[in-house]
Write a protein that binds this ligand. Structure first.
Ligand SMILES: Cc1cc2nc3c(=O)[nH]c(=O)nc-3n(C[C@H](O)[C@H](O)[C@H](O)COP(=O)(O)OP(=O)(O)OC[C@H]3O[C@@H](n4cnc5c(N)ncnc54)[C@H](O)[C@@H]3O)c2cc1C
Length: 284
């Protein structure tokens, strides 16, 4: 289907984009790579009067070193994130997630910020963002604010980005002494995750001191597996101990049932993938 008629602007700065959004109010929609928005427009599930294209805002592209964090611009494509040495060095779990995200065509157009702002519960980037304790920088008419990953995902396809605001960048803290890993389960290549798990752990002298575990497709948003995190602290990074802690991975989740698997199957997958992700993150 052809999208409903809309006006189109392609501002060169964040300020111009915010001004365009402010003027149009809830009749406006932001477009980044268009990989998720265009199908929505073509199916007429949304019919904005104005589309604000972020593609010409160079300030939103690229990855930079900001001392104690790396900063990924919202308009950085998945392909650029995949090949970025700073990401590879400081947030390899993101590299692993993006490597398995969709196919090369989608990765060349789709953006890091677009995927996170879209907040598909099956999206590959939410769980790594939770495991890495990333921070989301949001610009709006009143200035910028920073939202921790744990508060960014609000509901199905809903985030802390409010009307008239833009996600501009994501800050990923550098954490010396931590290991992280991403486990994604699919039936066929290039598929959205049926379930995926991102784990980050700090191990000292063979004992897990701290852990963060993010779950994908186990509810309406990416989730932290809090009971696993608590159970891991103080445990040896061994198969038996991690297996016992990972058994509660599905606690408090509400996974969907669909043709790829029912909710019980996903709960089982969550425990298996959590064990694998944590053991790999711990280097065991
Ligand atoms: C065939 C196919 C397979 C895919 N497989 C996967 C997969 O396996 N795993 C996965 O994670 N993803 C997958 N995707 C989705 C992919 O990651 C998209 O790139 C992503 O969902 C949207 O990114 P985008 O840059 O294209 O955003 P767009 O489609 O342009 O925008 C998506 C939404 O986010 C909003 N938005 C975009 N940027 C911003 C911003 N900076 N601030 C505020 N709001 C913003 C838009 O208004 C829109 O509502 C797939 C997509 C396709 C088409």
């Amino acid at each position: 289907m052809i999208p409903a008629k809309f006006d189109y602007v392609a501002p060169a700065t964040v300020e111009e984009a915010l001004a365009a959004l402010a003027e149009a109010g809830d009749d406006a929609k932001v477009i980044a790579g268009g990989q998720s928005l265009l199908p929505v427009l073509r199916m007429r599930l949304n019919a904005p009067e104005l589309v604000v294209d972020l593609g010409k805002i160079e300030a939103l592209r690229g990855v930079r070193d900001d001392g104690d964090a790396i900063v990924v611009g919202a308009m950085t494509t998945h392909a650029d994130v995949l090949h970025d040495p700073l990401v590879r060095e400081n947030a390899f779990v993101i590299t692993k997630a993006v490597e398995q995200l969709a196919d090369p065509q989608v990765r060349h157009r789709g953006t890091f910020g677009g995927a996170l702002a879209h907040a598909d519960p099956a999206g590959d980037l939410g769980a790594p963002a939770l495991a890495l304790d990333a921070e989301f920088v949001i610009a709006g008419p009143g200035g910028t604010r920073t939202v921790p990953a744990v508060d960014f995902f609000v509901d199905l396809f809903a985030t802390a980005v409010e009307e008239g605001e833009l996600l501009t960048e994501v800050r990923i803290p550098k954490r010396a002494g931590w290991g992280a890993h991403y486990e994604k389960f699919v039936r066929v290549a290039h598929q959205w995750p049926i379930v995926a798990v991102a784990a980050a752990v700090q191990v000292q002298d063979g004992t897990i001191r701290e852990a963060r575990v993010g779950l994908t497709n186990m509810g309406s948003t990416p989730l932290r597996a809090r009971s696993v995190e608590a159970a891991l602290v103080g445990q040896p990074a061994t198969d038996d101990a991690v297996r016992a802690a990972a058994a509660s991975a599905a606690e408090g989740t509400n996974p969907p049932s669909d043709l790829n698997g029912d909710a019980d199957y996903r709960r089982h997958l969550a425990t298996v993938l959590t064990r694998r992700a944590v053991l790999a993150a711990a280097g065991s």
